[in-house]
Design a protein around this ligand. Structure first.
Ligand code: TYM
Length: 328
């Protein structure tokens, strides 16, 4: 089993990224034959990025992965733009995909929402093709992601099938892997929308680098539902989201957490949740602070990751080129 996933260095890494994706990435490094995780800087530039911030965030994600338990002996962590095979395969996929299926992507419709077509970057439209290339270039079987990436995975599967039927069996059809709890963590300020790196309000998310006071303040401010009972119910989406986070950072089931808080109000529940998040984050942040101060160490891990995945990417690209009739 070969696992691949990616994360954009655009904005802060939050609890949604961790519970929806990174936690699974760390777990899967022990189960997969090979686990490849890419910091997708080429995807990040589909929205405007401050160059200095982009550079720093790329390193910051590497440090966070390591602080959260990624073992570079078991999983390869690399920067997407260090492997040119991704963009080469993307071009080939642009000739296989059609405009309609790209325009139907929810993320494109959300991010490309603009009355002025002249202001929507082409990269936003072709974004899912780069993501498909990230996956297919390694012939990955499993792709651990949060719920918001499932539609992109479906497109990837369609493209793999289309390529295979046109040019002969080449790509395995990759399967998404979603966590049972936490595939869609909602915003703390609005439980109808997902927690998001690009949210306008900082009260939307808990960043993995938020200090304890900030965490406590944000949880205190988090939107709750009417009523005061601590219970798990679809009629209480805000509380359900907080219970999902509580369960995610403690590994206790939501049922256990509800039982523990019988008869207590939201204020006590929120105080305990903030404490649980801070207990989870404290050791991660201690490791992160050490790692982020040693840029050379981080760069050497990213270089090693890129070298480990290179032979597979190069072999797939060669095979694809031969199949479509290029002289290689
Ligand atoms: P990105 O950078 O937006 O998010 C990284 C991962 O975090 C998950 N995620 C969430 N999970 C639960 N609740 C949330 N609120 C939440 N927000 C984000 C995402 O689903 C994702 O798994 N296009 C991808 C990056 C990518 C990729 C790939 C992923 C590029 N190439 C190849 C897999 C395979 C993205 O923008 O993720």
């Amino acid at each position: 089993m070969r696992v691949l996933s990616g994360i954009q260095p655009s904005g802060v890494v939050h609890l949604g990224n961790y519970l929806g994706a990174i936690r699974q990435h760390i777990e899967l490094q022990n189960q997969a034959d090979q686990a490849f995780y890419s910091i997708v800087d080429l995807h990040a530039i589909t929205t405007p990025q401050e160059p200095k911030d982009l550079h720093q965030r790329t390193l910051s994600i590497a440090a966070l992965y390591l602080a959260l338990g990624l073992n570079p002996e078991k999983a390869s962590l690399f920067v997407q733009s260090h492997r040119p095979e991704h963009t080469e395969l993307t071009w080939i996929l642009t000739t296989i995909a059609n405009l309609g299926e790209l325009e139907r992507m929810t993320q494109f419709k959300e991010k490309g929402r603009s009355d002025e077509r002249n202001q929507v970057p082409m990269g936003l439209l072709s974004y899912p093709l780069l993501m498909a290339a990230d996956i297919l270039i390694y012939k990955a079987d499993r792709v651990p992601v949060g719920d918001d990436q499932v539609q992109h995975l479906e497109l990837t599967r369609d493209l793999a099938k289309r390529f295979n039927s046109r040019f002969g069996e080449t790509f395995p059809i990759p399967e998404p892997v979603l966590p049972k709890n936490g595939a869609r963590i909602m915003g703390l300020d609005d439980p109808t929308k997902k927690m998001s790196k690009s949210a306008t309000s900082e009260n939307n998310y808990i960043a993995l680098t938020d200090d304890p006071d900030t965490v406590t303040k944000k949880i205190k401010k988090a939107v709750t539902d009417s009523g005061s009972e601590i219970e798990l119910s679809d009629d209480k989406p805000a509380l359900k989201n907080l219970l999902t986070i509580f369960s995610g950072v403690t590994n206790n089931s939501m049922g256990e957490i509800v039982t523990e808080h019988q008869g207590q109000g939201y204020a006590d529940f929120k105080a305990n949740l903030a404490e649980a998040i801070n207990e989870f984050l404290a050791p991660v942040q201690a490791k992160y602070n050490q790692l982020i101060s040693d840029e050379n160490h981080l760069l050497s891990i990213l270089k090693q990751g890129s070298e480990q995945v290179a032979p597979i990417a190069q072999a797939t690209l060669k095979e694809v080129k031969e199949k479509i009739g290029f002289i290689v």
